[in-house]
Structures are given as structure tokens and as C-alpha cells.
Design a protein around this ligand. Structure first.
Ligand code: XMP
Length: 511
């Protein structure tokens, strides 16, 4: 299998570059520039390397650099933005910083070297996307300029003999009209990749590797019903089904019918599926607790406790499996951000379960690739396409104290909203949508009588990464239908409001 290394110098698009390469059916992995040595790169047999962008200037003392001997390792390199400047700097070229040639946004790209392998089939003028102040003023010996823009004298350069290429612009963003063509040229013409990486192959290889690694050992997996842990379970089930125990902790904080759906999806495999009914113990521990962070902590702790108890019942476990996916793994150059909410994932490691090793079979995959793998393994579409659902479940969507009654009300309203989103085709446009039971009661009128019931808030957001999110512009008709059905079908609800706050300043969840 051909592999491309995306060497990360702190750019914001490092994951996107890897995605774009994988879209061409070539496997790509991202490594921090300081997490891999030249010897390791050579030993790994990469077909090519892409240097990412980054926030630094190559002459800064703290700027990330790499061993210049990489230029003579015989491996094709494509430097993007900072990566392009670094490539020039390593080769003895000159970089300048000049405010008057800063380019941000869409810029006209003007190739000037017909026949250059990297820019093959890129027309005389097209749009590229730039974001830089520094630029390569003098390319290193052996390199020639292959494209310019009106303000940048070196928008691309190359040394085809050594298979070294640099582009000042970002071919990985869709605003660069011929970005995909340029990446294809690099992968197939320069690196001679075969483009034969497919999810079916990946699936078969992963199954074979899991069998070899696990041998006759016992595997334990905490199954939350979310996409990642479900696909992880399905992969392990296919590989070592009879040696797998999936512990599904039913904390009673799931959406309507969710627990049964998860259980049904795994019925076809011969595995030990343990559904632990822990509803009462979670609700007992949450009794009287109103503070969101306290609720999150309690749920996280209780989850681990239940899981540990089940682990002890099972006895000797050799492997603990986790549904960690690639974005969780990539080492980013950025420092740790402030804790806004303490996220609870079922991946939290229990101390009392003894195991030899952790297996994380999805650690190389992006979210949509995980979904694709799920389909490959025959998981139902509703599970594979499930929107993200927080570990603490509906407990952080019932504001204030969580009770069984409130959960039941929220479940009904949420199910109606989801049905209406699906019926109107809006589910494809929104990244996540749900209902929240606000702690607020208000006066209404039904028939001729006064009512005093709960206020439900509907929330729908669109986002790429959930770090920022915009509220969805759902058609009034969909909102009207949902509102009318909720107030008619869920007796204690008298009012429905729609949340029109983006993140920031709000978060996606209300607690
Ligand atoms: P926030 O509310 O932080 O949510 O803007 C961003 C995304 O994260 C999900 N979320 C969680 N996921 N455990 C999780 O696994 C958690 O504790 C948790 N809290 C929020 C939220 O649903 C949204 O997709």
C-alpha cells in the first residue's frame, strides 16, 4: 500500500491535506515534525511527503524545522505555504517578509513553466487560495519558478530531477480551482502512487491484523451506541466475535428507542453482548443535582464504576478496545485550550479492569471513513449516520435536576423534532439537532383552559468541526410542524422556542 506522510508544521489544514490525499485513494498519515525522525521516514517507505503550512516565519528562532538531509533522501516532497518556504530555506534559497505582498484569500494563479509535472493541466489563469506574508524571493539552486501571481514572484517552484515541489498557495482548500488536479499530479505523476486504497481493502486488512494481534485473547469493549464505538464493535465482531464482550451501559439517558436499536444491530454477530440496566443507579446518583459540571462528573464516574463491575464479572481480559478515531490521535502543534466542559466519553479508562493492552482499530480513520467502514461491515444506516450524541446523554439536555418524568417528556419531543427534520429533508443539512427541556414553565391556553407547562427549546447547528457552529436556518414550515406536533402530542409542553445562537458565544449543548 502506498503511503503519503503529511509532515505537520502547525498548519490549520493538516487534517484536510490528509483527507484530500485519501480522497484520491492513497493512504495518508499526519505526523508532527518533531514526532518522527528522518531515519524513521526512510524506514517507513513513504511514497511521498507533504510539508504542511504553519504560523511561523522560517527565520524565527522558535520556527519548526526539519533535517535538511530529507531533501536528498530520494523521496518526493511537496511543500505547501510555510512548507514551501521551509523547503526553499532548507535548500539555501531566500525568504522575505514584505507586507505589501501579503495575500489572503482568492488570487489569480499564473503558471509560467509549461510541462511542469506538478502543474500539468492547470490552465494559464485560475483561482488559487493564498494566506501568507512571507514568500520565496530566491528559490534554491536547482529549482525554477513555475507559477506567479500578480504580487507574488514565486507562487510555485520545482526541481523535477529531485522530485521536490513547493506551492505558496493551498491546493487542499476547495477555493483553489485546480487544487485537486495539483494533488493528483503530485500523487500519481510525481510519486507514482497506484491509488488503490479502498475501504473494502482496509476492512479486510484490519480484520486480518486484529486476528493476528488478538490471537485467542479476550477483548472487552465499552459500547455507547455512538458511531465510533459501534463500528469498532462491528469490526471486532467480524474479526474475533466469540472472544469479544461488548458492555453496553444503559444509563437511561438515551434518546427514544436507542438502547433497543443498538442491541438489535449487534444481534447478527456471535458475541457476548451485555446490556447493563443501570437506569436506577444513575438517576439515584443524579437525584437533586442541578449543576451541569457536577452532573457530567457523576455520569462519567458512574459509567466507569458500572463498566468495572462488569469487567470483574467477565474475569481475565487481555485487550481493552476503544473507538478512538484519527482526529483524536493527531498531535497538533497547538497548545491545550481552556476546559469549557469536561467531556465524558465512554473511552475513559477504568482502573480496576486489568488488561494487557489496548486495541484501537479505528485510530487511522476520519469520521466519514469510520461511517464508510460501518457500512462495509453491514451496520444499519441509522447507526452509521447517527449524529454525535454526548456521553452524558439527555442529562445535559434536561436543564437542572434530571428526573424520569422530565426524561420521558424530552424523549418524546426530541423524537418528534427528529422525525420532522427527516421528513423535510433538513437532516442532511444540519450537523446536529435535538430538543432541550428548559427548566422554564410558562402559561398557555388549551381548549378554554389555562395551562402551565414546560418550555422546550429546539436546537440545530451546522458545523465542520464542532469547535465553532452556526445555528441552522431551518424553514419556518419545518419548525411550525415540529412545534405544533410537540405541543399537541406531548401534554406537558405548552411552548416551543428555537435557539438562534451560534457557537461561540453559546456552546452546542445547553449544559
Ligand atoms: P459543545 O456543547 O461543547 O459540544 O459545544 C460540541 C460537541 O460535543 C458534543 N459533546 C460531548 N460529546 N461527551 C461527548 O462525547 C461529552 O461530554 C460531550 N459534551 C458535548 C456535543 O453534542 C457536540 O456535538
Amino acid at each position: 500500500m502506498d503511503k503519503i506522510l503529511v509532515l505537520d508544521f502547525g498548519g490549520q489544514y493538516n487534517q484536510l491535506i490528509a483527507r484530500r490525499v485519501r480522497e484520491q485513494r492513497v493512504f495518508a498519515e499526519v505526523r508532527g515534525y518533531d514526532k518522527i525522525t528522518l531515519a524513521e521516514i526512510v524506514a517507513a517507505g513513504y511514497a511521498g511527503i507533504i510539508f504542511t503550512g504553519g504560523p511561523n516565519s522560517v527565520y524565527e528562532e522558535s520556527a519548526p524545522h526539519f533535517d535538511p538531509a530529507i531533501l536528498d533522501a530520494g523521496i518526493p516532497i511537496l511543500g505547501i505555504c510555510y512548507g514551501c518556504q521551509l523547503l526553499a530555506w532548507m535548500g539555501g534559497g531566500e525568504i522575505r517578509s514584505a507586507g505589501n505582498i501579503s495575500e489572503y484569500g482568492k488570487v489569480e494563479l499564473l503558471p509560467c513553466a509549461p510541462g511542469d509535472p506538478l502543474l500539468r493541466d492547470v490552465p494559464e489563469t485560475s483561482v488559487c487560495w493564498m494566506s501568507h506574508t512571507d514568500y520565496v524571493s530566491t528559490p534554491p539552486t536547482g529549482f525554477s519558478v513555475t507559477a506567479r501571481t500578480r504580487s507574488c514572484p514565486c507562487a510555485a517552484f520545482s526541481d523535477p530531477a529531485r522530485r521536490l515541489y513547493g506551492v505558496q498557495f493551498h491546493p487542499e482548500v476547495t477555493h483553489t480551482e485546480y487544487g485537486a488536479q495539483i494533488l493528483r499530479n503530485f500523487l500519481f505523476s510525481v510519486c507514482a502512487c497506484a491509488g488503490d486504497w479502498s475501504m473494502g481493502d482496509y476492512c479486510q486488512r484490519a480484520i486480518a491484523e486484529l486476528r493476528e494481534k488478538i490471537g485467542s485473547g479476550r477483548v472487552l469493549l465499552a459500547l455507547s451506541g455512538g458511531v465510533d464505538s459501534s463500528v469498532c464493535a462491528a469490526l471486532l465482531a467480524e474479526a474475533v466475535g466469540s472472544q469479544l464482550t461488548c458492555v453496553f451501559v444503559d444509563h437511561g439517558l438515551m434518546r427514544k428507542d436507542e438502547g433497543d436499536e443498538v442491541e438489535r444491530a449487534f444481534a447478527k454477530w456471535d458475541l457476548d453482548f451485555v446490556r447493563v440496566n443501570a437506569v436506577e443507579r444513575f438517576l439515584t446518583r443524579l437525584h437533586g443535582v442541578e449543576e451541569p459540571e457536577r452532573k457530567r462528573k457523576i455520569i462519567g464516574e458512574e459509567f466507569i464504576r458500572v463498566f468495572e463491575e462488569e469487567g470483574r464479572k467477565i474475569g481475565q481480559v487481555d485487550f481493552l478496545a476503544q473507538g478512538t478515531i484519527y482526529p483524536d490521535v493527531i498531535e497538533s502543534g497547538l497548545g491545550a485550550g481552556a476546559v469549557i466542559k469536561s467531556h465524558h466519553n465512554v473511552g475513559g479508562l477504568p482502573d480496576a479492569v486489568e488488561f494487557r493492552e489496548i486495541v484501537e482499530p479505528l485510530r487511522l480513520l476520519f469520521k466519514d471513513e469510520v461511517r464508510q467502514l460501518g457500512r462495509e461491515l453491514g451496520l444499519p444506516e441509522y447507526l452509521v449516520m447517527r449524529q454525535p450524541f454526548p456521553g452524558p446523554g439527555l442529562a445535559i439536555r434536561v436543564l437542572g435536576e434530571v428526573t424520569e418524568d422530565k426524561l420521558a417528556i424530552l424523549r418524546e419531543a426530541d423524537a418528534i423534532f427528529r422525525e420532522e427534520m427527516a421528513a423535510s429533508g433538513q437532516e442532511r443539512c444540519a450537523s446536529q439537532y435535538f430538543a432541550v427541556l428548559t427548566g422554564c414553565r410558562s402559561v398557555g391556553v388549551m381548549g378554554d383552559a389555562r395551562t402551565y407547562g414546560w418550555t422546550i427549546a429546539l436546537r440545530s447547528v451546522t458545523t465542520d468541526d464542532f469547535m465553532t457552529a452556526d445555528w441552522s436556518r431551518i424553514p419556518y414550515e419545518t419548525l411550525e410542524k415540529a412545534s405544533s406536533r410537540i405541543t399537541n402530542e406531548v401534554p406537558t409542553i405548552t411552548r416551543v422556542v428555537y435557539d438562534i445562537t451560534s457557537k461561540p458565544p453559546a456552546t452546542v449543548e445547553w449544559e
